[in-house]
Design a protein around this ligand. Sequence first.
Ligand code: SF4
Ligand code: FES
Length: 224
Amino acid sequence: MPFEPGDTVIAAATRAGRTIPHLCWHPPLGPSGACRLCTVRVDGRLVSACTTPAAAGQVVESETGDLRERRSLLVQLLFAEGNHFCPGCEKSGNCRLQDAGYALGVTGPGFEEFFPRHAVDASHPDVWLDFNRCILCKLCVRASWEVDGKGVFQIGGHGTGTRVIVNSPRGRLVDSALAADDLAARICPVGAIGPKRLGYAVPIGQRPADRREPAEHGGPGAAP
Ligand code: SF4
Ligand code: FES
């Protein structure tokens, strides 16, 4: 597989037309290794493809039965941890987690659902934040720091209490520097951050994932 200096395994694979499933990889943002969905086997070792540098002579395995099983369990766990009621979610059809579920043939939660009950932050005039659907991919955090230059979000807590925190005096979006056209407000791969007044602008059933046949689901985000 050809690669360029500085490439990670997933970057080289993508350039070569191969899809490695991923949720938190989003160039040009730096890699974070948050979701582990891109786990592949390189020279026999399990590694995340988005943080492992490509190197000459590497043997990369991505589509083995055990790797698909790992990804399937991971996706089921993410669904179980959050309130992902796809038919009622504005992100349905545009959601990378949902797309991963389709690609991996996930038909149910697989684990007992947590049904979290965090208050939705609807304080911002243009953006809502539903913590109950957050998969802790850190994309909003990285986008706000690396691209928007604002540091609106960070990850706080630990264990099952880990969650996205809004950096503002009252910890609410309305007090923060977030603007609707910030990358951080637009990058969420699931239905945890979204714009107000744009609900269902494209009807469910006509969205990108809705239009693909199951076999076409190349994984969560064929493009980053
Ligand atoms: Fe990722 Fe969205 Fe959660 Fe931010 S709010 S960490 S972008 S899932
Ligand atoms: Fe590699 Fe998330 S850990 S895409």
